[in-house]
Design a binder for this molecule. Sequence first.
Ligand code: CO8
Length: 212
Amino acid sequence: FFSKPRDFSLPNSSWGPEMMRLYEHYNSQCEAETEGGGKQKGPWRRIPSYNRSLKRKTSFFCVCFSGGVYLSKLIQSKARLFTRSIKEAGAAFEYVLFDNSDAQKCVGILQAGHLLEGPPGFVHGGAIATMIDTVTGAHAAVLSGPVMTANLNINYRSPIPLGSTVLLESSLDKTEGRKTFVSCQVTSSDGATLHTEATALFVSISVRKILD
Ligand SMILES: CCCCCCCC(=O)SCCNC(=O)CCNC(=O)[C@H](O)C(C)(C)COP(=O)(O)OP(=O)(O)OC[C@H]1O[C@@H](n2cnc3c(N)ncnc32)[C@H](O)[C@@H]1OP(=O)(O)O
């Protein structure tokens, strides 16, 4: 009765060679070899991704706690995670996130599809902001549990060609009480071109607050 939800952060036929190269680079570091030739956890962990978030909990909490019957019935059944809402593989956001808890870093590998166009031939600034929010948000959530973006500052340094693969690297700057401060850099897949720089503040919240 229970079908397993599809994990969208696994390779599909739309992933190009650069996307695959970076994916394999980090994925190969999710497992390390022991001295005896066995396997153990490596420094990186792939973060799975689905097209819905908190599906069961949300409908449960909506009905039970927030009086959200309207939300539950009419909206929740259709709700999709924004970055995973386009069905055609490769058309919009193709991405995968990896987390390194020892280094307190998170990386996102993004292949920007044709539906993300802003200026002719380049990626829309809002789509770049979306991916920065996604990578830094996932990083802050790994570090601090449930959070919401309170502040996002972005400097666009050079445009991202549509169809290209870029690397988003998020690092922890500091935590202060409920506040988690992170920085993010978006570079070309070889690291040679800096496309975008950002800082973000996430504030810890209770899950109840999101659902309210
Ligand atoms: C897997 C996919 C991952 C995707 C991740 C995507 C994440 C998102 O996009 S979330 C959606 C966008 N964000 C929102 O809609 C949030 C809207 N804002 C809010 O709900 C609230 O303002 C919220 C939760 C951020 C903070 O509210 P609240 O919990 O009442 O905290 P509040 O008491 O005001 O502030 C807590 C601290 O943060 C600071 N703070 C809050 N907002 C800001 C801000 N914008 N700038 C600087 N500091 C801030 C406060 O000064 C306070 O600091 P201190 O503790 O030192 O006094």
